[in-house]
Design a protein. Structure first.
Ligand code: ZN
Length: 283
């Protein structure tokens, strides 16, 4: 199933994409896609509800804004340097264990919302990533059991300000957390629809030019390991996002380096998870 949320910022309604690709409003189900929804078998309950009510669900107009496909989660955990060539282009060593960092949840926005270059930024950069959405609370989960805790997958642009991240007492969290630095969507695709999340093409174009073009098979640490590893250090709650790292081709790695400016358009997508498009604006 493909879950969407649509409507004005902060007032999104839950919806789905039906088999014909039409957006349906499922607010009649009575629950948004939040922690409580995932924790209490929301996906299963929604399927049951739809089996009786799908014909009476209103359609949502294509003109409606898409919001992030999940409510604001308790945390976004990001994995750094998880593709070999990206570690090299960043001038960093390939890590022996996953590199974890947080991204502020206030950075979350819709898949086609503008990305805002923050005040004082010189080096705002792009990063297409496969984001895993957790479906059940877990800690100390084994690799073997980890995939049972996945609700689904979505596209994430891990927008990054490299000077905030790496210069002047830079911290990764500082460079990753500005408003609009985490566009999610267009859809949350439930895990049953993705045969092998470790084998999906992912790409990003800037103003029509392909900048990133890779496959999640190139990840150094695979999804079961990332979930298990993260859960050794924190409890994962339903709706939490683990963003699995970006492949080669970010602006920082180019010679000369290239960063986003107002008027640029990013388009990014992952096999089976849809396409997002973001116009860049100044604060
Ligand atoms: Zn990233």
């Amino acid at each position: 199933m493909k879950l969407i949320r649509f409507g004005p910022v902060g007032n999104e309604k839950p919806g789905i994409i039906n088999k014909r690709g039409v957006k349906l409003d499922v607010s009649g189900f009575g629950q948004d896609y939040n922690e409580h929804f995932f924790e209490n078998d929301g996906i299963k309950r929604l399927i049951t509800w739809l089996s009786k009510n799908i014909d009476s669900c209103p359609t949502a107009s294509d003109a409606e804004r898409l919001g992030p496909p999940i409510c604001r989660p308790s945390k976004i955990v990001c994995i750094g340097l998880n593709y070999t060539q990206h570690a090299l282009e960043s001038g960093m060593q390939l890590p022996k264990e996953p590199v974890l960092f947080f991204k502020s949840t206030t950075a979350i926005c819709g898949p086609n919302d503008p990305v805002i270059i923050p005040k004082g930024s010189q080096k705002t950069d792009w990063e297409v990533e496969l984001a895993v959405v957790i479906g059940k609370k877990t800690s100390y989960v084994s690799e073997e059991e980890a995939m049972a805790y996945v609700a689904g997958y979505t596209v994430h642009n891990d927008v990054s300000e490299r000077a905030f991240q790496l210069e002047h007492e830079g911290q990764w969290v500082k460079g990753k957390s500005s408003d609009t630095f985490a566009p999610l969507g267009p859809w949350l695709v439930t895990s049953d629809e993705i045969d092998d999340p470790n084998n999906l093409d992912l790409w990003l174009k800037l103003n029509g030019e392909t900048m990133q073009n890779s496959n999640t098979a190139d990840m150094v640490f695979k999804i079961p390991h990332l979930i298990s590893y993260t859960s050794q250090f924190m409890t994962l709650l339903p709706g939490d996002v683990i963003s699995t790292g970006t492949p080669f081709g970010v602006g920082m790695g180019l010679d000369p380096q290239r960063y986003l400016k107002a008027g640029d358009e990013m388009e990014l997508g992952i096999d089976g998870l849809g396409v997002a498009k973001q116009l860049v604006k100044n604060y």
